[in-house]
Write a protein that binds this ligand. Structure first.
Ligand code: FAD
Length: 248
C-alpha cells in the first residue's frame, strides 16, 4: 500500500548498500539516496518499481533507522508470498541495485525528543519498524524519556530486532520491552502469550513512572483497531493515540 503523495519529495535513485535477514519473513535493506535527506523518527518513504513494459508499483515503507544514524536508511520489509512488491525485494534485489524512492513522508506519526514522554508504543509484526526508529532515536540522543514498547509477534523467531530490543531492555534505563507471542508460550517472565488486550495495556502503562503523554500504534488494520480499542479501554484518552495502518 502507498501512503499520500507529496509534491515536496521528488522521486530519486537510491542504492542498496546492505541486506540483512532479520527473521524468516523480514529482511532489512539499507538504501543510500542520491540526494541525502534527514528524516524524523516514525516517517516513511515510498518506493517505486518500474517493469520493462513501463508498469509501475509503489509501496510505502517505514524508516527503521534513527534520524542522523548514517547516510543509508534501513527499511525492514516483510515478505508477503502473494504480494507484488515485497517478494521482489526478498527474491531479486541485491546490493548495488538502484531503486526509486521519495521521502521522507508523514507528519503525524512521528516522535521527536522535544515531544517528551513517557511514551507507550504498540506494534504488531512489521508495524514495529517506525517504533524502532523512535526507540533508536531515544538511544542515540541518550535521553531518559520513559518508553514502554508492547510488541506483538506470532512466534519468538518472528520478533524483529529481537536481540537489539532485549539488549536495550536489559539496560534498565527507562526503556521497557513487553513481548507478546500469539502462537507460542512467552519466553521471558514479563512477557505474554496472547493477543493485545486492555489488561495488557494497563500493565504496560504501570511500567511507566506516570501516565503516557503520547501513544503510537502501528501494524495491520485489524491490529491497529484492536490495540487502539484496548488502549482506550485501559483509560488512555483517544486524543493521545496516534496510529499508522499498513493496510490489509
Ligand atoms: C505508511 C506505511 C508504512 C509501511 N511500512 C512497512 C514496513 O516498514 N514494512 C513492511 O513490510 N510493510 C510496510 N508497509 C506495507 C507495505 O506498504 C506493503 O503494503 C506491503 O509490503 C505489501 O506489499 P506487496 O506489494 O508485497 O503486497 P500487495 O501486492 O500489495 O498485496 C498485499 C496483500 O494484499 C492482498 N491483496 C492484494 N490485492 C488485493 C485485493 N484486490 N483484494 C484483496 N486482497 C488483496 C495480497 O494477497 C497480499 O496478501 C507500510 C505501509 C504503509 C501505508
Amino acid at each position: 500500500m502507498s501512503a499520500e503523495p507529496s509534491s515536496q519529495s521528488p522521486w530519486q535513485a537510491a542504492t542498496i548498500t546492505r541486506i540483512e535477514r532479520r527473521t524468516p519473513r523480514v529482511t532489512s535493506f539499507w538504501f543510500r539516496p542520491s540526494r541525502p535527506f534527514t528524516h524524523l523518527a516514525g516517517q516513511h518513504v515510498d518506493v517505486r518499481l518500474t517493469a520493462p513494459d513501463g508498469y509501475q508499483a509503489r509501496r510505502s515503507y517505514s524508516i527503521a533507522s534513527a534520524p542522523g544514524a548514517g547516510t543509508a536508511i534501513e527499511l525492514a520489509i516483510e515478505r508477503l508470498d502473494d504480494g507484488e512488491v515485497s517478494p521482489f525485494f526478498h527474491d531479486v534485489a541485491a546490493v548495488g541495485d538502484e531503486i526509486e524512492l521519495r521521502g521522507p513522508l508523514g507528519g503525524h506519526f512521528i516522535w521527536e525528543e522535544s515531544d517528551g514522554g513517557p511514551i507507550l508504543l504498540v506494534g504488531g509484526g512489521s508495524g514495529v519498524v517506525p517504533l524502532m526508529a523512535m526507540v533508536r532515536h531515544r538511544t542515540l540522543r541518550n535521553t531518559a524519556v520513559p518508553v514502554a514498547l508492547v510488541f506483538s509477534a506470532r512466534v519468538w523467531d518472528e520478533v524483529i530486532f529481537r536481540d537489539e530490543l532485549i539488549g536495550l531492555d536489559d539496560r534498565l534505563d527507562g526503556f521497557n520491552l513487553v513481548l507478546t507471542l500469539t502462537r507460542e508460550p512467552a519466553r521471558r517472565p514479563s512477557d505474554y502469550s496472547r493477543r493485545v488486550d486492555a489488561r495488557m495495556m494497563a500493565q504496560a502503562i504501570e511500567r511507566l513512572p506516570t501516565a503516557p503523554r503520547l501513544t503510537y500504534v502501528c501494524g495491520s488494520n485489524d491490529f491497529v483497531s484492536a490495540a487502539a480499542d484496548a488502549l482506550i479501554d485501559a483509560g488512555i484518552p483517544a486524543e493521545i493515540v496516534r496510529t499508522e495502518r499498513y493496510g490489509v
